[in-house]
Design a protein around this ligand. Structure first.
Ligand SMILES: *[C@@H]1O[C@H](CO)[C@@H](O)[C@H](O)[C@H]1NC(C)=O
Ligand SMILES: *[C@@H]1O[C@H](CO)[C@@H](O)[C@H](O)[C@H]1NC(C)=O
Ligand SMILES: *[C@@H]1O[C@H](CO)[C@@H](O)[C@H](O)[C@H]1NC(C)=O
Length: 483
């Protein structure tokens, strides 16, 4: 309900600010934002199974790979992969191996490049640059050209790029457009230490997190010896970083897991796995891979609309009781309100239950419901980067690009690429849960889709070699005509 209001506001806001002559145009374009790449003949300047292609969109560069199994009439998953600070899109492609056709035969991968080496999640971000808006335009633009499954769009990032992933997960719109999120060694900022931090816009960005769907599915991988983006609370310059555990607890709260309802315990003495009960879920944690890797995952129970309303009513009752303590005079009145409120709440929950499609999950006992919504890995003896490591006793060693070496009894393998791809494979949005379209679609940016970069040019150099003629230019012209 809230989200619908949100869309209304955006649409009205947009129409109200548009010049009268462009109103009709705006409406046309909203209708055009259908996933219609699937009905067009394939004509994209990239080969199936790689190599990646550099594409210029507006003032930004992206690299893109099409998977070897891509078919123009079968909706394919799309992964957006955000590089770290001081990194290029091609370096991200190399380090993450997300486009490796053996590991990933099915998903399109898009590597956007930051503007002037800064993402909006940077500690000294350029506040005028809105990476989220750019991401929305890119998804829409690609969906017009390629056959993309709108229920399988994913975001992955490394370091500061993982910060962009956090912002997408926190966004009312993108939390409903992107199915699942993955972050390796993210830069997570809290705020400034100085008093001016209160009004600091970057701090406000980090403090505002308003996903419009729960649970949000997040995979977080962090290395013990990361001295760039520390696991624990550390201050760099004036800016403070959020300790990873604190950040995980915040997400568990947002996902409706509630706070801890007891101490960790072992369910099975033979399994080195601890359980912590939460008000609305459980945390499972333990060491795996010969103690070189710690894994913790949060399972938040899926609650029925009635249970959600009952939870709210309990909160109101608690508030009322709190008021009672303050003075006898309020006592009777607030008690009355409490009872009335409970009645209203019951009515409300009945109404909601009538409207919402019944989910068989709600009939199960609480502990058996729901999905793993937050997965966290802590990689010991490893530093900053995208961990793809072999864990011999005592050490962890990064292995090179390509497919991981075979694990042996004394050297298990942990491959972030495999974990991230698996995390994405196991999550898909539903049509009901998805935001229908990007109301902030930036047509100016889209008008400039697609200027292909020279094939040999490294995206790093940042210079454009000019318009390439032929099929690609035709495509660019055609897109312009169609818009
Ligand atoms: C990024 O590059 C700039 C310029 O080369 C350098 O001053 C800075 O320390 C680098 N930052 C990181 C995090 O590597
Ligand atoms: C990583 O950090 C741990 C704990 O501080 C330390 O014992 C270990 O020696 C470090 N490993 C490396 C490779 O620096
Ligand atoms: C470490 O690995 C070696 C073989 O590489 C093995 O002989 C030894 O028992 C291992 N040590 C531990 C503590 O697992």
């Amino acid at each position: 309900m809230l989200l619908t209001q949100f869309f209304h506001l955006l649409v009205i806001g947009r129409l109200a600010t548009a010049k009268s002559s462009s109103i009709e145009k705006t409406v046309d374009k909203v209708e055009f934002t259908k996933n219609n790449g699937c009905t067009k003949p394939f004509d994209f300047p990239a080969e199936l199974g790689g190599p990646s292609k550099g594409i210029q969109i507006g003032n930004r560069k992206v690299r893109i790979t099409l998977p070897k199994n891509y078919k123009q009439d079968v909706p394919a998953p799309l992964i957006l992969a955000f590089h770290d600070k001081n990194m290029t899109a091609s370096e991200m492609e190399e380090e993450s191996q997300l486009s490796n056709s053996v590991l990933n035969p099915d998903s399109i991968v898009l590597y956007p490049e930051s503007f002037e080496n800064k993402w909006m999640s940077d500690e000294d971000a350029n506040l005028k640059i809105d990476d989220k808006k750019f991401v929305g335009s890119v998804i829409d633009g690609l969906s017009d050209q390629l056959c993309i499954d709108p229920n399988r769009i994913y975001a992955a990032g490394l370091g500061v790029g993982a910060g962009v992933v956090h912002f997408l997960a926190c966004d009312p719109l993108f939390s409903k457009r992107i199915s699942a999120f993955a972050m390796t060694n993210p830069a997570l900022y809290a705020g400034l230490l100085s008093p001016r931090g209160v009004k600091d816009l970057i701090t406000l960005r980090w403090q505002t997190c308003k996903p419009s769907r729960i649970p949000i599915r997040i995979l977080e991988i962090h290395s013990e010896n990361n001295t760039v983006n520390h696991f624990r609370a550390v201050t760099t310059g004036e800016r403070r970083r959020i300790p990873v555990v604190h950040w995980l607890v915040e997400w568990a709260m947002r996902n409706g897991c509630g706070s801890a309802a007891g101490n960790p315990y072992m369910e099975d003495p033979d399994e080195p796995m601890y359980l912590t009960d939460l008000e609305g879920g459980t945390i499972h944690e333990g060491a795996i891979h010969m103690g070189k890797l710690q894994r913790a995952y949060y399972k938040c129970y899926e609650r029925s609309p009635e249970e959600i309303v009952a939870g709210f009513m309990q909160t109101f009752e608690k508030l009322d009781q709190g008021l009672d303590k303050d003075g006898e005079a309020d006592k009777l009145e607030s008690k009355d309100k409490g009872e009335e409120g409970t009645k209203e709440g019951t009515e409300l929950s009945k109404k909601i239950a009538e409207k919402v499609k019944h989910n068989p999950e709600w009939d199960k006992p609480k502990k058996e419901r729901g999905i793993v919504s937050i997965m966290h890995y802590f990689v010991k003896n490893n530093g900053h980067g995208w961990p793809r490591v072999s864990m011999k006793n005592g050490t962890t060693e990064q292995f090179g690009p390509g497919v991981a070496p075979l694990p042996t009894a004394d050297a298990p393998i942990f491959d972030s690429t495999v974990e991230v791809l698996e995390w994405f494979r196991t999550h898909k949005l539903s049509d009901e849960a998805r935001a229908p379209e990007n109301p902030e679609r930036d047509d100016e940016v889209l008008d400039k889709v697609v200027d292909e970069l020279d094939e040999d040019e490294d995206a790093k150099s940042g210079t454009k070699t000019g318009e390439t003629k032929g099929a690609k230019q035709e495509m660019a012209d055609r897109i312009k005509d169609e818009l």
